[in-house]
Design a binder for this molecule. Structure first.
Ligand code: IVH
Length: 675
């Protein structure tokens, strides 16, 4: 191929890759399949192999990494990288605004730029005439480390800025972080490879960014959000007179920004924004540890200046810590519905993530080995949002001399049956089956739970009491309870008994999906139960299904198929199923509309926000029955967004993309027309 045509081809592929990467990583709007992106990248690498002179600093091939350093050079920051003052209470925000008023001698409410405080690492990225030429860590604020090769591999960092009127020099400052999902996947891969796992996304981001081999960094799911600038010389951005205009200018040049930023006026509005982000926190795809408030007007920022290492014009309002130190006092072993034995850490109570935590799951023996934890150890506990508290790691330096090993029981702590551990599985199980009262209790609790038969008033404590007193052995016995027997229970009056009997009667009207779910077959969750019901249509068909036909069900693999098959071959289980049906448990016949009568056939629908009338899984099931594909992310391919209360970024994105939007009521009304 002639030199000029190779150059033209290089130029064209380069531009396509830049556009695709921008659409995918910055705008969150994928336009081509991953395979197409990979194919173009390979073509570009091939051209550059033939013509190394085309391998410029801004070539997308730099994203795959390659350079291996022996050490990081240091970089002096032209403008120091400062830290932030912290606030913890609403009053700290009010005092912050008051200090600004006093210092500037003004009384008008102040406009603040508000941004989630990203939990990653601060970086400085220098662009000259639009090309990324250097990137550095914050270091001590004066001098950082040169991590150019690594930053270049970060998927959403542009190697070349977009647009005209670019600054001659511009230093972008922002946070490099690892999204939660990427962190989970990375840790799983590390575990599978017998490599060290990371305690949290921040540590994983730090470990990934400080790699001498940039190929390793390239393989890690890092992202950048820009939040300010350092040096700026020339270009449109130089004229910006507020922080938010600077951010907009950065976005125009192709830099990724956090989508939750806003501007508000006055301290009270800051408090409201802080609370709003607090509620959103768990749904965000990345970790944050607070909110940063910055005086928006740059002239005012200039007048306020700095005190020691932090600007007077900014405040980091922190959420309560999600990680704390405490002591592991003991380990108890709990027996679950399927006999799985779970070690539970009994902790010195500690206030973390906004609540007092005294228990945490240790999952299984593998996890205990991985943590290397002993009784008496000081451990780091993490509790994020509604997530169950986790033991993150052990502080070995604090291990006392009397610390001792955790011994897994060989016999079930409840029924004394033998404990079985299959090599390919992480969990140990009690082999007692329905002999084990712990398993029985859990099976009945599951049967009565909201997503199963939803027996109102049958709480966990009541189930435990009924099993302990021999009133019931299995779920089928529930429907043979009578007033006299119920009234024999501790603190259980006539009225409660009548209510429970009525609730049991109501619960008999269910759906096949819920019934299948309620049986508590291993690894058959709500979604699988629904798929089974839709596939087989009747209970008899599910009971009689062979493994081959079970595998045909959506999302059912060999293992799950085996669990279902084995369950249905167990006479004791069939007896319970038959008794339940004989007691009057029933469901409406499933009628599947032919494809051409399914109103949502071929449509992709996204659910977001809180659906208060029906709940998300129910809405999903109903939409699927009507032919819809229910997806979790909004893209150009989305046909309809159903937005419940407190819908956030998905709603804004769908609005931007001009996607049809329904509120919950519209969906409820529509479904009524289908009944
Ligand atoms: S502004 C002078 N904005 O917080 C302004 N920082 O405690 C300095 N951080 O080192 C930074 N999100 O790593 C700013 N939206 C945000 C931020 C943010 C996270 C981090 C940053 C900085 C640390 C200061």
């Amino acid at each position: 191929m002639s030199d000029t045509s190779l150059e033209n081809q290089h130029q064209s592929i380069k531009q396509q890759l830049e556009t695709f990467a921008y659409q995918y990583y910055v705008l969150d709007e994928p336009s081509v399949p991953d395979a197409e992106y990979d194919r173009l990248m390979q073509a570009l690498i091939e051209i550059e192999r033939k013509r190394p002179d085309l391998k410029t600093a801004d070539s997308p091939t730099q994203k795959v990494g390659g350079a291996v350093l022996s050490k990081f050079e240091s970089v002096a920051h032209e403008i120091p990288m400062l830290s932030l003052d912290n606030g913890f209470e609403d009053d700290d925000l009010k005092a912050f605004e008051q200090r600004i008023h006093d210092r500037l001698n003004i009384s008008e409410p102040i406009e603040f730029a508000c941004e989630p405080k990203l939990d990653g690492l601060a970086v400085s990225i220098m662009y000259e005439n639009g090309i990324l030429i250097r990137a550095a860590t914050r270091g001590d604020g004066q001098t950082g480390e040169n991590i150019t090769e690594n930053v270049k591999t970060i998927a959403n960092v542009p190697l070349r800025l977009l647009g005209d009127n670019l600054p001659q020099r511009m230093e972008v400052r922002g946070e490099v972080f690892m999204p939660k999902h990427g962190f989970e996947t990375l840790n799983q891969t590390q575990k599978d490879n017998g490599a060290k796992t990371f305690a949290n996304p921040r540590n994983a981001a730090a470990g990934s960014l400080r790699q001498l081999d940039s190929k390793i960094t390239a393989s890690r799911p890092l992202r950048l959000y820009a939040y300010s600038v350092g040096v700026v010389e020339g270009g449109e951005i130089e004229a910006a007179d507020t922080h938010s205009k600077r951010l907009m200018a950065l976005a125009k040049m192709g830099l990724p920004l956090c989508k939750e930023t806003d501007t508000v006026v006055g301290a009270q509005a800051c408090v409201d924004y802080f609370n709003k982000i607090g509620r959103l926190r768990d749904q965000l795809s990345y970790d944050i540890d607070g909110v940063v408030f910055k005086v928006n007007n740059l002239a005012l920022q200039g007048r306020l200046g700095f005190v020691s290492k932090a600007p007077r014009w900014a405040l980091a309002q922190k959420f309560p810590a999600q990680e704390e130190l405490t002591v592991l006092n003991d380990v108890e072993f709990q027996v679950g519905r399927t006999g799985a034995i779970t070690p539970v850490a009994r902790l010195q109570p500690v206030f973390v993530g906004g609540v007092t935590v005294s228990n945490a799951t240790l999952h299984n023996q593998d996890e205990i080995n991985r943590l290397g934890v002993m009784i008496g150890d000081t451990v780091i506990i993490r509790r994020a949002g509604d997530v169950i508290p986790q033991v993150v790691s052990v502080v070995l330096e604090k291990r006392p001399a009397e610390a001792h090993h955790i011994v897994f029981p060989e016999h079930c702590p409840v029924c004394e049956s033998h404990v079985e551990k299959i090599d390919s599985e992480a969990v140990a199980r009690c082999t007692g089956g329905l002999v084990c009262s712990a398993q029985r209790k859990e099976a009945i609790k599951h049967f009565a739970s909201r997503k199963a038969l939803d027996i109102d008033g049958l709480g966990d404590k009541l189930v435990e009491q009924m099993v302990e007193q021999g009133l019931i052995l299995n779920p089928a016995d529930l429907f043979h309870l009578d007033l006299a027997r119920l009234c024999s229970l501790d603190r259980f009056g006539d009225k409660s008994a009548v209510n429970l009997l009525r609730a049991l009667d109501t619960a008999k009207n269910t759906t096949l999906a819920k019934f299948l779910y309620s049986l508590g077959i291993r690894e058959v969750g709500e979604a699988t139960a629904r798929n089974l019901a839709l596939h087989f249509l009747t209970l008899e068909n599910v009971v009689a299904a062979d493994k081959e036909s079970l595998i045909e069900v959506q999302d059912v693999g060999e293992i799950v198929a085996n669990h279902i098959y084995e369950f249905m071959r167990e006479p004791a289980n069939i007896e319970i199923i038959e008794k339940l049906v004989a007691s009057g448990v029933k469901w409406p016949k499933i009628e599947i509309a032919p494809a051409d009568q399914q109103p949502f056939a071929g449509k992709t629908i996204v659910l977001t926000g809180t659906l208060s009338q029906m709940g998300r899984s129910e809405a999903k099931a109903k939409l699927q029955e009507l032919g819809a594909k229910v997806s979790s992310s909004v893209s150009a391919k989305t046909d309809l967004l159903v937005a419940g209360e407190k819908a956030g970024s998905k709603l804004s994105k769908a609005t931007e993309l001009g996607i049809e939007i329904w509120d919950e009521q519209a969906l409820v009304d529509f479904l009524k027309t289908r009944d």
